[in-house]
Design a protein. Structure first.
Length: 318
């Protein structure tokens, strides 16, 4: 009975009840009809492009042009995905659902469910951001940070910092978080890392919205600028409000708004490409294609030429 109720929840949540008489259908004939239109996130793994659309997961293979759809009837363990991330070390995707449930998805489409955070009776546990470093994933929440060991498939630690984390990033040396109190970092050997008062304040309370670590420090984005922060100083990379910022191929970052897209190597000034766009997220894939989540305009590839970004003809839809 519980299995049937779970199937019912999946079908109803994904708008999966076809508009005809279901009373004549047996369980094995039920189908899911999720929406795949509004593209918000994507990541590339070899020739594959995983895209988050309307809270549902799609995978496009650029080599054979196949499209695979994922849902809770064939692979996944829940509905309404809020975040996706990838660990190259363990070759697994991290899926975080809006109810704090977590799936680890292998490249052969086997999924492992981690329901501990969802099931835990704790206040302010909404996941607000996700970052992966090595085989570890870090989830920013309303109370602090949760770490997930993607290799072992378990929640390995909880940092109750007493603040709502708006962005975070990790490196081999430290964990960084942005919150309403400011921008903070803590070395991993800090024996009191669970206590925010022992962290180093790197920036004031300034609406921190994104963080990207690099070998030469951390890039931080707030409502008025993109900044570069290292142990010695903080420099302004570029002033302005930007809709997104993301690390690209471990060598540069990309950030932009509706009027411009910027590419910046870790040790250089940004190169700006000015054009009207609806970019929400970007990843660099095979053949140097930039795969872009464009909101209502879906998922598209772009090629970077001397003149700027050139839109590809493909609009990826199921």
């Amino acid at each position: 009975m519980k299995h049937i109720l779970h199937i019912l929840l999946c079908v109803m949540s994904l708008l999966g009840v076809a508009k005809h008489d279901l009373s004549a259908q047996v369980l094995g004939e039920w189908k899911v009809y999720p929406s795949y239109q509004i593209a918000t996130q994507n990541l590339t793994v070899g020739s594959r492009v995983y895209s988050l659309m309307d809270g549902n997961l799609l995978c496009y293979d650029s080599e054979d042009e196949s499209v695979k759809l994922y849902d809770c009837l064939n692979t996944l363990n829940d509905v309404h995905i809020n975040f996706i991330a990838y660990s190259a070390d363990v070759k697994r995707l991290l899926l975080v659902y809006e109810n704090e449930n977590i799936d680890l998805l292998d490249l052969d489409d086997h999924s492992l469910n981690i329901s501990a955070l969802k099931d835990k009776a704790i206040n302010n546990k909404d996941v607000t951001c996700v970052s992966v470093y090595g085989h570890m994933a870090y989830l920013g929440t309303g109370f602090g940070v949760v770490s997930v060991d993607m290799k072992e498939g378990v929640i390995s630690d909880t940092y109750r910092l007493g603040v709502s984390v708006s962005c975070l990033a990790a490196s081999d040396k430290a964990l960084w978080v942005g919150c309403s109190k400011g921008l903070y970092s803590s070395a991993w050997d800090n024996v009191e890392i669970h206590n925010l008062s022992t962290w180093t304040l790197q920036g004031g309370a300034d609406n921190w919205r994104a963080l990207v670590t690099s070998p030469k420090g951390v890039f931080a984005m707030n409502n008025s600028a993109v900044l570069h922060v290292d142990e010695n100083k903080t420099e302004t990379v570029k002033k302005g409000w930007y809709a997104f910022m993301k690390g690209i191929d471990n060598e540069k970052i990309c950030f932009g708004n509706a009027n411009e897209i910027n590419l910046c190597a870790h040790d250089a000034t940004p190169k700006t490409y000015r054009f009207s766009n609806t970019w929400k997220d970007v990843s660099l894939g095979k053949s140097n294609l930039y795969w872009v989540s464009e909101g209502n305009d879906g998922l598209r590839p772009y090629k970077l030429s001397d003149e700027g970004f050139v839109m590809g003809n493909e609009l990826i839809q199921p």
